[in-house]
Ligand binder design. Structure first.
Ligand SMILES: C[S@@+](CC[C@H](N)C(=O)[O-])C[C@H]1O[C@@H](n2cnc3c(N)ncnc32)[C@H](O)[C@@H]1O
Length: 270
């Protein structure tokens, strides 16, 4: 994992691969907000789902930090992710808790659940890894086919505001035992015509014995509020029943406007 021959100028070792290839580190960084997100998702299901919820699906589930919480509560969970290391990590975690290893390697564009789920979610902009409009539309159609009528799909998106300031740098950090991981993600450039945002992402991994860094570049598809609306209109099998922001406060739904950046869309299958 750590390549001892690869040293950066500041003497930190370089860890090969990206953060998603190291689900344990990913989980430490993003695990710090999981309880708030889980509580929000439970509230969304209670408030907005048009049917009783037993089966829950997370496309691009990564380490499974949220999916495992649903499984522990007795929900039947399914997940998929393109990254086999994340899938193995998530399944091992489910197995350790005596639960079924129900996550598979698959892209979120063509995936179909054999039995439709009652609710689904995909937070922290994972959907924006799909770089073309047709991929994004296929994903929404795949989600429509993977949900029973009345089921909700809770999807987090970071919009490009057409008015006001935009956050261009984000930091997260977390600790688990003696392992500390801190990540920083920033906009390197926006390719406006291609609708792509190229982001730098560095993650410092620190233990009493190791000081190392993961460095990578991620490309995400950009959306303005209007472009997101246009995409949703092309998939009429979903209606948008509520919008929130990344504070995950059910008491504070938002109205998406030209200055909105972080949105959680609650889509319900008609
Ligand atoms: C930011 S992580 C989010 C993981 C998880 N949803 C969470 O909330 O922690 C993004 C995940 O999307 C996955 N991913 C990216 N593109 C994908 C695709 N086309 N199909 C499936 N998974 C994909 C990555 O492997 C990564 O695990």
């Amino acid at each position: 994992m750590v390549n001892p021959r690869s040293k950066s100028r500041d003497s930190r070792q370089t860890i090969e691969g990206g953060l998603f290839d190291h689900p344990k580190y990913y989980d430490v960084v993003f695990g710090t907000t999981s309880n708030a997100e889980f509580k929000f998702l439970l509230g969304c299901v209670e408030r907005h789902n048009g049917r009783a919820v037993r089966r829950v699906f997370e496309p691009a589930c990564g380490s499974g930090r949220l999916l495992v919480k649903f499984a522990e509560r007795g929900y039947e969970v399914r997940g998929c992710d393109l990254n086999s290391r994340a899938v193995d990590y998530c399944n091992a975690r489910l197995r350790r808790k005596g639960l079924a290893a129900s996550v598979v390697v698959s892209d979120i564009e063509h995936f179909r659940l054999p039995v439709p789920a009652d609710a689904a979610f995909n937070l922290i902009s994972s959907f924006q890894h799909l770089l073309t409009e047709s991929s994004a539309e296929r994903h929404l159609r795949s989600m429509e086919a993977s949900l029973a009528s009345g089921g909700i799909y809770v999807v987090g998106v970071q919009l490009i505001p057409s008015r006001g300031a935009r956050t261009q740098m984000e930091r997260w950090s977390g600790r688990r035992g003696q392992l500390f991981v801190a990540s920083r993600m920033w906009t390197k450039r926006i390719l406006a015509r291609r609708r792509e945002e190229v982001c730098g992402l560095t993650s410092d991994v620190i233990t009493p014995r190791v000081r190392a860094q993961i460095r990578e570049e991620l490309t995400l598809r950009t959306y303005t509020a209007r472009q997101m609306d246009a995409l949703l209109r092309r998939v009429p099998g979903f209606e948008c029943v509520a919008t929130y922001d990344f504070t995950y406060d059910l008491k504070s739904p938002i109205v998406v406007g030209s200055d909105t950046q972080d949105v959680v869309y609650v889509l319900r299958k008609i």
